[in-house]
Write a protein that binds this ligand. Structure first.
Ligand SMILES: *Cc1c(COP(=O)(O)O)cnc(C)c1O
Length: 403
């Protein structure tokens, strides 16, 4: 008899539950800065990607309101039909200017941007070489477009070089700029030099670098001094440090024209609301000009790292707001997260398959919205959580990257 798909799915759900890897949705009832209310209880959150504290900025909300009054709630169509508004164009120009690229093209999410860009560039053939710890959307984009996907060990430029040398086909090398679960920065200059040597194209996903790294927050490529020539395909999202939603690809006018024609996830999806574009534009202005947000964030990161060191927590090799603590074992990580919550601190446990098996972690993220005393509260709660979830050996709390 033909297997029933819904039964199969239910069996997989049951298996995931048995393995203690089920995920659970929690509804946020209220939110103010880093404080959220869940089940009527206020928690101090250290797991959002609102690194600069812009998601609820009054100027951003005002821009959203004003543009919603003018345009309404939705774009009403795809960009190439009649969903492209002036607010989209103005935001694209601001993003190109910020990242020092010729042009930029908006996508409705980072997933769609990666899917569209990789699909358009590789056009169903060629090789896509990627870091093993790349975001799921990059890996899936290469798989879905029918290219041959090669994954090199994390940040191993020599291994990437061997994979490119062995590929007798057009090749795209794609990497996160800042790794989303580890917070470390890719060896960007080495990757760019490798691509130049091999005649392959470099694509960097700067979802966690934009707004955070580089002069005026222009991102990890700006911080590495890599121009459009050296790093021709830059993708970044607007739902992290910018505090909104959506994404863009930036690069040459030729790249953007090609994506406009051939990126299926651009062509065949509804444009994001123009009011959101206006709000995002306001957030971009703040992210670019208010350097104090990055300075304050850097101070919070330093405070967290020195405090964690005093507690004997092994720190990841990260200078970004992503500061994972890696118990490794999924059950212990979940328990630690529960203990944190009992003490009023929200840090979601990140477990496989989001991270490799044995690398479950508390993905602590810091934000300009946090106060120094918030970081101290987190550290106190972490100390308690560690005591409540003893590792069989000290090494069990190991830094990540062990893939
Ligand atoms: C979040 C993220 C994405 C996906 O972006 P969305 O806009 O949330 O779809 C892509 N790449 C990386 C590295 C990310 O962290």
């Amino acid at each position: 008899m033909r297997p029933d798909l819904l039964e199969n799915l239910a069996a997989r759900v049951a298996m995931r539950e048995r393995d203690g890897l089920s995920r659970r949705l929690r509804a946020i009832e209220r939110m103010r800065g880093a404080h959220v209310v869940i089940d009527g209880r206020e928690l101090l959150a250290f797991c959002s990607n609102d690194y600069l504290g812009l998601a609820q900025h009054p100027e951003v909300i005002a821009a959203l309101r004003e543009a919603a009054n003018q345009y309404g709630a939705g774009a009403t169509a795809a960009h190439l039909v009649c969903g492209h508004h002036r607010e989209h164009s103005k935001l694209e120009e601001a993003l190109a200017d910020w990242t020092q690229r010729e042009r930029a093209l908006l996508f409705s999410s980072g997933w769609l941007a990666n899917l569209g860009a990789i699909g358009a560039l590789l056009d169903g053939n060629g090789v896509c070489v990627q870091d093993k710890l790349n975001h799921a959307s990059l890996l899936d984009a290469a798989k879905l477009c029918g290219a041959s996907l090669k994954r090199y060990p994390h940040a191993d430029v020599d291994a990437a070089a061997r994979q490119l040398a062995a590929a007798d086909a057009p090749a795209l090398l794609a990497s996160d700029g800042v790794f989303s679960m580890d917070g470390d920065v890719a060896p960007l200059r080495e990757l760019a030099a490798l691509c130049a040597r091999e005649g392959s194209t470099l694509m960097i996903d700067d979802a966690h670098g934009l707004g955070v790294l580089g002069e005026h927050g222009a991102g990890s490529l700006a911080a590495a001094g890599l121009s459009q020539d050296a790093a021709p395909v830059l993708m970044a999202t607007l739902g992290k440090a910018v505090g909104g939603m959506g994404a863009f690809v930036a690069g040459s006018a030729e790249l953007i024209e090609g994506l406009t024609q051939f990126a299926r996830s651009y062509v065949y999806t509804t444009a994001s609301p123009p009011a959101l574009a206006a709000a995002t534009h306001a957030a971009v202005r703040l992210a670019r000009t208010e350097d104090w947000r990055r300075e304050r964030l850097a101070a919070l990161i330093a405070r967290f790292r020195s405090g964690a060191q005093q507690l004997g927590l092994p720190l990841a090799d990260s200078s970004t707001p992503i500061q994972p603590i890696v118990p490794g074992d999924a059950a212990r990580t979940l328990r630690a997260s529960q203990v944190l919550e009992e003490h009023g601190v929200l840090v979601t446990a990140i477990r496989p398959p989001t991270v490799p098996a044995g690398a479950a972690r508390l993905r602590v993220t810091l934000s300009t919205a946090h106060a120094e005393t918030d970081v101290d509260r987190l550290l106190d709660a972490l100390a308690l959580a560690i005591r409540a979830t003893p590792a069989s050996s000290r090494e069990a709390w190991s830094p990540s990257g062990a893939d």
